[in-house]
Write a protein that binds this ligand. Structure first.
Ligand SMILES: CC(C)(COP(=O)(O)OP(=O)(O)OC[C@H]1O[C@@H](n2cnc3c(N)ncnc32)[C@H](O)[C@@H]1OP(=O)(O)O)[C@@H](O)C(=O)NCCC(=O)NCCS
Length: 217
C-alpha cells in the first residue's frame, strides 16, 4: 500500500540510509549518508515539496517497509524521475518493489497525466533492473564505466517508460485478466454443474433408498 509519509517515518529513514548495503546499491558515493544528510533529505524530498514521495506499507501488517518517489517533475515536458528504496531488507524479493513501482507508474500516467518516467540504476543492481523491467521500463542508454564499486567499473543504466508503453501493457494486462476471469467463470460453471450432478446423484440415491425402504416395509 502506498501512503503519504508522516514525520514519524524519519526514524526509519535514519536506519535505512545509514546501511552500507543500501548505499552500495543506490548511492553514487560508496559511504552511506551522514545523519544530518538523511535529515535534510527527509525534510526536503520526503515530507517536503521537492518530490512526490510515498511510503510503502505492507498491506497485511501495515508495517512501513520503504519509500518511492517522483522527483524533477517537469510539467512542460510531462516527465519525472523515479526512485525507490525498500529499506527493510528482510522483505526484499517479495514483490513489493515491483508492486510499488507499478502503482507509481499507474499514478504517473493514469492520474498525473505524465508522458515519460525515467530512472537511473547501476548495472550490478539486478534485482532493481528486473523489477523495473517487469513494470515496463526499458533500458534506453548506459553511461559506460561511470561507477567504481567493489574494485571495478560498472555502467549506469538509464531506463524509461513512456505513456504509450504503459497503455499497451495495461491493455495486455486487461486482456489477461479478462481471459483469467473467463477461465474462472468456466471453472465455476463446471463446479456448479458437478454440484448439480452431485445433488441429482444424491437425490437419486435418496429416492432409491426411499423406494428400497418402502419395499422392505
Ligand atoms: C530494488 C528494489 C526496489 C526491488 O524491490 P524488491 O521488492 O526487493 O524486488 P521484487 O521482489 O519486487 O522484484 C525483484 C525481481 O528481481 C528478481 N531478483 C531477486 N533477486 C535477484 C538477484 N539477486 N539477481 C537478479 N534478479 C533478482 C526477482 O526474481 C524479481 O523478479 P521476478 O518478479 O521476475 O521474479 C529493492 O530490492 C530495494 O529497495 N533495494 C535497495 C535499494 C535499491 O537498490 N534501490 C534502487 C536503486 S535504483
Amino acid at each position: 500500500m502506498l501512503r503519504r509519509h508522516v514525520p514519524e517515518n524519519l526514524a526509519a529513514f535514519r536506519r535505512w540510509y545509514a546501511d552500507p548495503e543500501i548505499a552500495r546499491l543506490a548511492r553514487y558515493q560508496e559511504a552511506p549518508m551522514r545523519p544530518e544528510e538523511i535529515d535534510r533529505f527527509f525534510e526536503a524530498r520526503v515530507v517536503g515539496t521537492e518530490a512526490l514521495a510515498m511510503a510503502i506499507h505492507e498491506a497485511a501488517t501495515d508495517r512501513l517497509v520503504g519509500t518511492c518517489a517522483f522527483s524533477q517533475l517537469d510539467a512542460d515536458n510531462g516527465s519525472a524521475l523515479y526512485h525507490i528504496t525498500i529499506g527493510e531488507k528482510d522483505v526484499w524479493g517479495r514483490g513489493y518493489g515491483t508492486e510499488a513501482t507499478q502503482l507509481m507508474v499507474d499514478h504517473a500516467f493514469g492520474t498525473l497525466g505524465l508522458h515519460r518516467v525515467a530512472l537511473y540504476v547501476f548495472e550490478f543492481n539486478e534485482r532493481a533492473v528486473r523489477a523495473y523491467q517487469r513494470c515496463g521500463f526499458v533500458i534506453e542508454g548506459r553511461s559506460r564505466e561511470s561507477i567504481w564499486r567493489d574494485g571495478r567499473w560498472w555502467d549506469e543504466l538509464g531506463m524509461s517508460i513512456i505513456e504509450s508503453d504503459w497503455r499497451r501493457a495495461r491493455a495486455a494486462r486487461a486482456d489477461e485478466a479478462a481471459e483469467q476471469e473467463a477461465l474462472e467463470t468456466d471453472a465455476a460453471r463446471a463446479d456448479d454443474a458437478a454440484e448439480e450432478d452431485d445433488v441429482a446423484v444424491r437425490g437419486a440415491a435418496t429416492g432409491l433408498l426411499r423406494r428400497t425402504i418402502r419395499r422392505w416395509r
